[in-house]
Design a protein around this ligand. Structure first.
Ligand code: 6PG
Length: 195
């Protein structure tokens, strides 16, 4: 399961360089902005440019969130597609406010347990409506990886990975239910975690 934002771009490029054959992989997304797939704000477009277009063999399935469709309908059709799937690996970013996917601090979406995919309010740039996986959907994975770089993520990283879980920091609530959750941080993002 892929994420959006700027941070994963280089990771996707490197992943494509390291391994060009993704034919045994199925790709999913944790969230999407409600824009068409060719829009520069699209999380799908980021992965297409940085990863898919660089591969020798394409994934056996690419489950894109249809950001161009009505958000409620897109969320419900993605939920139908996703039902019964356990992710092998979930990749998450971390916002400076502690959000992950499109689960924002104090948002009502954090309380949703009976849905896998829901529409989400535009809480930050780009200010477009979003579609996001819920906490239980993200947790249903064998391994989870957070990727964060830069000093603007340091406080959020401390709140997400060292402080007690809280709806003020959605990333602190997102963990693999069955396996490990690993945070990969550069020294600047890890600065507030060091004793
Ligand atoms: C999105 C993301 C979002 C992102 C964080 C971090 O659609 O924007 O999925 O949760 O991972 O905002 O983004 P940066 O890597 O750009 O800081």
């Amino acid at each position: 399961m892929l994420t959006g934002g700027d941070t994963p771009r280089r990771a996707y490029e490197l992943a494509a360089e390291e391994e060009g054959d993704w034919s045994r992989v199925e790709l999913w997304w944790g969230d999407e902005r409600c824009v068409p797939p060719e829009d520069e704000r699209s999380n799908y477009r980021l992965a297409k440019e940085a990863l898919l277009d660089r591969l020798e063999r394409q994934p056996r399935a690419v489950h894109r969130i249809p950001g161009e469709a009505d958000a409620a309908k897109a969320a419900s059709s993605y939920e139908d597609e996703l039902r019964g799937v356990t992710f092998d690996l979930v990749l998450n970013g971390l916002g400076p406010d502690g959000h992950t996917a499109s689960l924002f601090p104090q948002a009502p979406t954090l309380a949703i347990r009976d849905r896998l995919v829901v529409p989400a309010e535009p809480k930050l740039d780009p200010y477009v409506e979003r579609i996001t996986l819920t906490l239980p959907a993200l947790a249903n994975c064998r391994e989870m990886l957070f990727l964060a770089v830069g000093e603007q993520k340091a406080e959020a990283a401390r709140r997400a990975f060292a402080d007690p879980p809280s709806v003020a920091t959605p990333a602190s609530l997102v963990r693999s239910a069955a396996g490990e959750t690993i945070a990969v941080l550069d020294p600047a993002a890890a600065a507030a975690l060091t004793p």
